[in-house]
Design a protein around this ligand. Structure first.
Ligand code: PLP
Length: 396
């Protein structure tokens, strides 16, 4: 196993000269959340459980590492990214040549769609599923194939195969966003085995640490046509710091890199991610916290007769028994921000697991909405309106 990842990253240097890189929008969770929510204007007293963020933020060790690196902020410090790659490689047992770090996994997700799909090669995804890749595909006139989840809310890999005989890229997210449900390793293996020649399977493991499900990194290690995406935005609480990874064979990584996108890493994110990955207690501790608040939330919903889709992640779909937008707006009047809606399940709204206190405020607000105690009239701030308009413009 090579020990210096800088070598492989140098090999990408020729790409900027070799490829004509067009500017394109990178579709991200905050963009989708803001476009759908309309009222997302941060305030200290608001409860923001609409964008699958981690209310715990970066760990204490990550905060300390950021403070310590600030004096070096005038430097590019590329070698620190090598340390990060090596930490990831060691923990996951992956060849460092197979790992590339990005300022968040949105960049490789969007770039992979552009790299592996085209007017002739479709993009196959789940419905409901995370929409960023779908928008990226539509942006390059790719046929977007949305395949309903099974009755158990797992990816229907057989139906995906049947619908995607011309597929360039199959996208799976497990645990899925927005349902928080898992797709089994064996189903993903089946898809990889049976997929059309030349196509690629991209497995988004943004939320994998909230569950105890096995990763499919073993398929990458085995040299399959598989890309695994990871992010530090979720369990590590670093959404605003920006760090994510694409893990794949070097030839697949090169194709992603050819699409451009900003990929130099902010050094604050690099040091925070490195110490976070190396902290063996962090993931189990945060998984436990999330699971216990999630369970309490589900118990409360059960006690009060509300329905939802049981989830293994930091979000779940809540049945609001009315057009979801009405519930989102009514919750917003109480300073509790939930969302968004997937057109295939129009009465369901995605809710992120917040802190215990936030979920208790969520419960009061939701109870008031469901018992009709809240009038729906909202006046979003001028800036929130502007942001929403811009985000919607990018999505259409
Ligand atoms: N993939 C999924 C399924 C997500 O939900 C998100 C963000 O919410 C991302 C990828 C991108 O995350 P980031 O760009 O912050 O790493």
């Amino acid at each position: 196993m090579p020990t210096d990842n800088r070598f492989s990253r140098r090999s990408f240097l020729h790409l900027s000269a070799a490829s004509a890189v067009a500017a394109f929008p990178v579709f991200t969770e905050p963009m989708l959340a803001a476009a759908a929510g309309a009222h997302r204007a941060f305030s200290k007293d608001g409860v923001f459980i609409d964008a699958n963020e981690n209310p715990l933020g970066p760990s204490q060790a990550a905060r300390d590492a950021i403070s310590a690196i600030i004096p070096q902020g005038g430097r590019y410090c590329d070698n620190l990214t090598d340390d990060l790659i090596h930490a990831f490689a060691q923990i996951e047992g992956v060849n460092p040549e197979y790992i590339h770090a990005f300022p968040g996994s949105s960049t490789p997700l969007n770039c992979a769609v552009r790299a592996f799909t085209s007017a002739q090669k479709s993009y196959v995804t789940a419905d409901p599923g995370y929409e960023a890749g779908m928008y990226a595909a539509a942006d390059v006139q790719t046929r977007v194939v949305k395949v309903p989840l099974t009755r158990d809310y797992t990816h229907d890999v057989k139906a995906m195969l049947a619908a995607g005989t011309d597929a360039g890229l199959f996208y799976l997210c497990t645990p899925n966003n927005p349902t928080g449900t898992l797709t089994s390793h064996s189903d993903i293996e089946y898809l990889v085995e049976k997929k059309p020649a030349g196509s690629v399977v991209m497995v988004d493991e943004a939320y994998i640490h909230f569950s105890s499900a096995p990763s499919v990194l073993d398929l990458v290690k085995a040299g399959k046509d598989v890309i695994v995406l990871r992010t530090c935005s979720k369990i590590y609480g670093m959404a605003g710091l920006r760090c994510g990874f694409a893990v794949a064979r070097p030839d697949l990584l090169e194709k992603i890199m050819r699409m451009g996108g900003w990929n130099f890493m902010p050094i604050t994110a690099v040091v925070a991610a490195t110490v976070s990955l190396k902290d063996a207690d962090l993931v189990p501790e945060r998984r436990r916290i999330n699971a216990s608040i999630r369970q309490e939330t589900f118990q409360w919903l059960d006690r009060n007769g509300y329905s939802y889709i049981p989830s293994e992640s930091n979000c779940f779909l809540l049945d609001t028994k009315r057009p979801g937008k009405q519930a989102i707006d009514a919750m917003a009047t109480q300073n509790v921000f939930v969302g968004r809606i997937w057109p295939v399940m129009p009465t369901h709204v995605r809710v992120t697991i917040g802190t215990r206190d936030e979920m208790s405020r969520f419960q009061s607000a939701f109870q008031r909405v469901m018992t009709g105690a809240v009038a729906i009239s909202v006046s979003p701030s001028r800036y929130a309106e502007q942001r929403t308009r811009r985000n919607l413009a990018a999505l259409t």
